[in-house]
Design a protein around this ligand. Structure first.
Ligand SMILES: Cc1cc2nc3c(=O)[nH]c(=O)nc-3n(C[C@H](O)[C@H](O)[C@H](O)COP(=O)(O)O)c2cc1C
Ligand code: SF4
Ligand code: SF4
Length: 260
C-alpha cells in the first residue's frame, strides 16, 4: 500500500502541508514537482496519489498541470488533491479532474487550506494575525484531511458558476517572461541561494549576480527566500517585508534535495 504525495512549492506553504500529511500517513513518500523531476513519467505502483500545490491565477501552477499531464498512471489508483491559497481554489480541482479524465480516471477527493498569500506585496500590508491564524490552523486541517485519505473518502466535485471568468484569468497568466521585471539590488552578495531554490532552474549566476532565463513559473521563491532581500519585482516590492512559511527552512525547498 504505497501513498505518493507530489507537491509544488515556492514559499514553503505547500511543503509544510505535504510534510504534515506524510507524517500522518505512515509510509507515504514525498516527491517535489520541479524541473529536475519532470522526467518522472509514470507512477503505476502507488495505491494513493496526491497533489499538493498553491493556487496560481485561479488554477494550477503550470508545472503542476504539465507534470500531471505527462504522468502515466494506473486508473485504479485513489487520487486526491490539496490546494492552498490566499483566497480560494477556483478551477484548480476541476482542472485536475479533466487531466485525470483523459487517463480514464477521476479526482476522488479534494481539499482546500487557506494559507498566507505570498503575493502580499500586491496588497501590502497584510494583517499579520490572519497569517498566524492560518498557519496555526493548517496542521489541524491537514490531520483531518489525512484521516479522510486513509479511508479513501470520496468527495464529489461541484461545478463552478464562475468557471468562465476564472478560466479567463488563468489563461492570462503567462509566467515564463514575468521574470523580465525582476531586478537585483546592490546589496546582493552572490550567495547563489536564489539559483539553488528555483524549481524551474530559471536562474543562472553570472559574475556573482542572478540572471533570469525567461522560463519562470512565477513562484516567487527567489524573491522571498533571498537572505539579503535583494530581489525586487518592478517597484512593487520595494521596502516590503518578505514571506516564507515559518516552519520551513530554505534548504528544504531546494530541488537538489529532492531529485529522485
Ligand atoms: C503567481 C501567484 C498567483 C497566485 N494566485 C492566487 C490565486 O489566484 N488565488 C489565491 O487564492 N491565491 C493565489 N496565490 C497565493 C498562493 O496560492 C498562496 O500564497 C500559497 O499558499 C503559496 O504556496 P507556497 O508557499 O507553497 O508557494 C498566488 C500566488 C502566486 C505566487
Ligand atoms: S539569493 Fe539574493 S543575495 Fe544571494 S545571489 Fe541571489 S539575489 Fe544575491
Ligand atoms: S525565477 Fe524565481 S519566481 Fe521564477 S520560477 Fe524561479 S524561483 Fe520562481
Amino acid at each position: 500500500m504505497k501513498t505518493s504525495i507530489y507537491y509544488f512549492t515556492g514559499t514553503g506553504n505547500s511543503l509544510k502541508i505535504a510534510k504534515d500529511l506524510k507524517q500522518a500517513l505512515p509510509g507515504a513518500r514525498l516527491i517535489q514537482i520541479c524541473k529536475q523531476n519532470m522526467n518522472i513519467q509514470a507512477d503505476i505502483t502507488s495505491d494513493k496519489i496526491g497533489f499538493v500545490f498553491p493556487v496560481y491565477y485561479r488554477g494550477l501552477p503550470h508545472m503542476v498541470r504539465d507534470f500531471i499531464k505527462n504522468l502515466k498512471i494506473n486508473s485504479q489508483t485513489y487520487f486526491f488533491a490539496i490546494a492552498n491559497y490566499g483566497g480560494y481554489a477556483a478551477i484548480s480541482f476541476l482542472q485536475i479532474n479533466e487531466l485525470l479524465k483523459e487517463k480514464n480516471t477521476y479526482l476522488a477527493a479534494h481539499f482546500g487550506i487557506p494559507m498566507p498569500g505570498n503575493m502580499w506585496f500586491m496588497y501590502y500590508p497584510h494583517p499579520k494575525k490572519d497569517f498566524t491564524d492560518r498557519t496555526n490552523l493548517q496542521r489541524e486541517k491537514t490531520q483531518e484531511i489525512a484521516q479522510q485519505i486513509k479511508v479513501k473518502t470520496e468527495i464529489k466535485l461541484a461545478p463552478l458558476s464562475t468557471y468562465e471568468k476564472e478560466q479567463n484569468i488563468y489563461d492570462a497568466f503567462v509566467p515564463d517572461q514575468m521574470d523580465a521585471d525582476f531586478w537585483v539590488q546592490e546589496n546582493c552578495n552572490g550567495c547563489g541561494i536564489c539559483a539553488k531554490i528555483c524549481p524551474a532552474e530559471n536562474i543562472k549566476m553570472e559574475n556573482s549576480k542572478p540572471v533570469w532565463q525567461h522560463q519562470c513559473q512565477y513562484c516567487l521563491a527567489c524573491i522571498h527566500w533571498c537572505p539579503q532581500e535583494s530581489i525586487e519585482f518592478k517597484e512593487d516590492s520595494l521596502a516590503k517585508e518578505r514571506y516564507h512559511n515559518p516552519a520551513v527552512q530554505c534548504f528544504e525547498v531546494m530541488p537538489s534535495n529532492h531529485i529522485i
